[in-house]
Design a protein around this ligand. Structure first.
Ligand code: HMG
Ligand code: MG
Length: 298
């Protein structure tokens, strides 16, 4: 029996948050429904952040409310990003059952992204975790800049391990390690993962690769060899990060599924359907899909 790999589709959040074309609520809901129909089981659906900071995610409450009341999506995890208590209250009001909190391994990046140092972000997380416990909400934790920071340069693997461990110890069920600017290569990714895995079990780790320098699939392969079985990716390779200059999109989900199929892993995702979704959403955004697989297949 082949092993299962879980893909966390982040296109509707990480992808769309950095696209120039702003999509309305209906189009975002349709995208999530189409992604679910490909067999994806986890789809990050929005972000309860300030619309002044990230206008693309305005209306996330409506997006979440719509997808959560769609019975066809009952078995799909639909997490949303939450930066603070205010965001958590909005997420709860929308009926969200899973949230993701986010911090970084670099104070400089975290300041630009959320106006808080790493320590200050953990102060914001305390009431979020209390509310999560009270309402039975699952919490995933992100660490950004796990290889390098666009403002302060190289990041030590030990620093990543420290922040990942703090998130784990405060109750996150999974820690997603983000190469926010897509700069890492296999040797650096391996060193970072090995440092984290000294403190956190591999079954609690996800890898979140952006593909700025075209190294994402090589880094994912390193993750697979070290036992990581959860990877974040975005349909059509959408997006980037508004607070990380030069960051291109997440690695394309189609490319990750193609790799995993070839390596004999099971994802439960229909690649042809996914390619169709990638083509459709790219047209709506007036851009070409940033996926080698989709470009090869259509
Ligand atoms: P702040 O300015 O420090 O917050 O922003 P504040 O508490 O001083 O509030 C300022 C204003 O924001 C107030 O409104 C608040 O009500 C409002 P005003 O009085 O000016 O009208 N506010 C909010 N509004 C909506 N939702 C909220 C909220 N909180 C306060 N939750 C804050 C702090 C975190 C809000 C801000 O910095 C922010 O929203 N940042 C956005 C960060 C973001 O979404 N970044 C992209 C996602 S992270 C990422 O992409 C990385 C990842 O993919 C992994 C990787 O690749 O590395 C996850
Ligand atoms: Mg990201």
């Amino acid at each position: 029996m082949s092993e299962i790999v879980r893909i966390v589709e982040v296109g509707p959040r990480d992808g769309l948050q950095n696209e120039e074309v702003l999509l309305d609520v209906t189009t975002r809901v349709e995208l999530i429904e189409q992604l679910a129909a490909t067999g994806l089981k986890t789809i990050e659906a929005g972000a309860f952040v300030s619309p002044k900071w990230v206008p693309q995610m305005a209306g996330s409450a409506e997006v979440l409310a719509a997808v959560l009341e769609n019975e066809k999506l009952n078995n799909i995890a639909l997490p949303a990003l939450v930066p603070n208590e205010r965001g958590m209250a909005d997420a709860i009001a929308a009926g969200v059952k899973e949230v993701a909190i986010f911090t970084a391994a670099s104070d400089e990046f975290n300041q630009k992204n959320t106006n808080a140092t790493i320590d200050e972000s953990f102060e914001r997380f305390a009431p979020v975790m209390a509310l999560a416990k009270q309402h039975g909400i699952k919490v995933r934790g992100y660490v950004s800049t796990v290889i390098a920071c666009p403002y302060s340069g190289k990041v030590a693997p030990e620093k990543v391990a420290e922040v990942a461990t703090r998130l784990h110890d405060m109750g996150c069920y999974e820690i997603s390690l983000g190469d926010t600017i897509g700069i890492g290569r296999p040797r650096e990714t391996k060193a970072m993962l090995n440092a984290v895995l000294q403190n956190v079990g591999v079954d609690k780790i996800a890898l979140h690769c952006h593909d700025t320098y075209g190294q994402a699939l090589a880094n994912i392969y390193v993750g697979l060899e070290l036992g990581v079985r959860v990877f974040d990716s975005a349909v059509a390779g959408l997006g980037g990060c508004p607070y990380a200059k030069g960051a291109s999109g997440n690695v394309a989900t189609e490319d990750v599924v193609y790799l995993l199929n070839g390596e004999g892993f099971r994802t439960g995702i229909d690649l042809d359907k996914l390619v169709n979704v990638a083509t459709n959403i790219s047209q709506k955004l007036n851009r070409l899909p940033n996926s080698k697989v989709t470009l090869a297949k259509v």
